[in-house]
Design a protein around this ligand. Structure first.
Ligand code: PLP
Length: 390
């Protein structure tokens, strides 16, 4: 069949591994221009380099983050790898500084890949009493002189909100770059590039795709040179997202704001309920006045919400009783709230903190909830019933 234009309103899925280049002259031109590493090429060559369906989905993310470019990858981890690679200069590399309260997989990547295999000089900055002391950060940065600082806008599972503008100020003063994982806050609450962050990454697997059925990541930025470097790394390492996933993402991301708004509202209401329930020892939610970083969250998120994640600890006499109560709670809610190790799904899901974080958070009564966008009364009824039974 001869190719013809179809009057579809959507970008189709282009599954071509390689694209037709017709003659030697066009081939030479396409390959010459490919080395410029622009986000969108004049002529597509090979889907590992660039793919039109992926480019189209990237444009949806650019609108959300309000940025000049976005590059999709096949997981959040590959987005992190790509973003970090931009600042890796072989033997010239200066130390890198990571905030310690970041996603556990990112810590494992730092330890097993960046330190052990690539021999990078990595340091951690730890919080005290649930928040980061930025005076201590300034002292550390001025003596270490790191190439980059790696942070998350909202940490996991204690939901520590980072004072990003202050971190950026310290970083810029000492000539270092900032990479920020914005998965938990999302651009609905906060757009870090506006505060001078150099690169923003997301696990698109979470709120952007929002249905627990796509693994993807994205790197967002405004600086053209950083984009070219990231495009080159994605191409050579092969971190490109598949066109099928890009197509599904482009469809699902159109409802992101509606979904996330509702998840924030449900979470705010539920955090209050948990906080007042006699079976609950403590609740961590940045929207609550008692949270160590509530005032930072208030400033950063400008009242738009406080996210869809809640962590809480069940009451109990000692660790054994707390562990038993946790198991009973999980079993009581299991019909409606499943134990699934991800977040940002349509339905509320949970994770037992100690089973995942082990010695870092050895509290058997602690549970992390990822609140969904189902009817609030469904979540309320399920949680109240399970807590009352304890
Ligand atoms: N960043 C954060 C904050 C995460 O929670 C995760 C995964 O849970 C990742 C990055 C990694 O994303 P992915 O699982 O899509 O590779």
């Amino acid at each position: 069949m001869k190719q013809k234009e179809i009057n579809s309103s959507r970008m189709p899925v282009y599954r071509d591994a390689g694209f037709e280049l017709f003659n030697a002259e066009l081939t030479a031109e396409a390959f010459r221009k490919e080395t410029e590493n622009n986000r969108e090429p004049d002529n597509y060559i090979y889907s590992r380099y660039r793919n039109p369906t992926v480019v189209s989905a990237e444009e949806e993310i650019m609108k959300l983050e309000g940025c000049d470019w976005a590059l999709l990858t096949q997981s959040g981890m590959s987005a992190i790898d790509t973003a970090l690679s931009v600042f890796q200069n072989g033997k010239e590399s200066r130390p890198w500084l990571f905030f310690s309260e970041i996603y556990g997989g990112s810590i494992s990547f730092v330890e097993s890949i960046l330190k052990k295999r690539r021999g990078l000089d990595i340091h951690y900055f730890m919080p005290a009493d649930g928040e980061y002391d930025l005076k201590k950060l300034e002292v550390m940065v001025s003596s270490l002189k790191p190439e980059l600082i790696y942070i998350e806008s909202v940490s996991n599972p204690m939901l520590i909100v980072t004072d990003v503008p202050s971190v950026v100020k310290i970083a810029k003063k000492h000539g270092c770059r900032v990479i920020l994982d914005n998965t938990f806050a999302t651009p609905f609450l906060y757009k870090p590039l506006n505060d001078g962050v150099d690169l923003v990454i997301h696990s698109v697997t979470k709120y952007f795709s929002g249905h627990g059925n796509i693994s993807a990541g994205v790197i967002c930025g405004n600086n053209d040179m950083l984009m070219r470097s990231a495009v080159e790394y994605r191409k050579f390492v092969g971190h490109m997202l598949s066109p099928d996933d890009a197509y599904r993402l482009e469809t699902q991301i159109k409802t992101f704001k509606l979904r996330f708004k509702s998840q924030c509202e449900n979470a705010s209401a539920l955090a209050e309920l948990l906080n007042s329930h006699p079976a609950v020892e403590r609740v961590w939610y940045p929207g609550m006045k008692g949270h160590a970083t509530h005032s930072i969250a208030k400033k950063l998120f400008s009242g738009k919400g406080y996210g869809g994640m809640i962590t809480f600890d069940l009451k109990g006499k000692g660790k054994t009783e707390k562990g038993k109560k946790r198991d009973r709670f999980i079993s009581h809610v299991s019909e409606h709230i499943k134990l699934i190790p991800t977040l940002g799904d349509p339905h509320t899901i949970l994770m037992p903190v100690e089973s995942v974080w082990g010695a870092k958070y050895p509290e058997p009564g602690m549970i992390r909830l990822s609140i969904g966008f189902e009817e609030y009364s469904d979540i309320l009824d399920t949680i109240t019933m399970a807590l009352n039974k304890l």
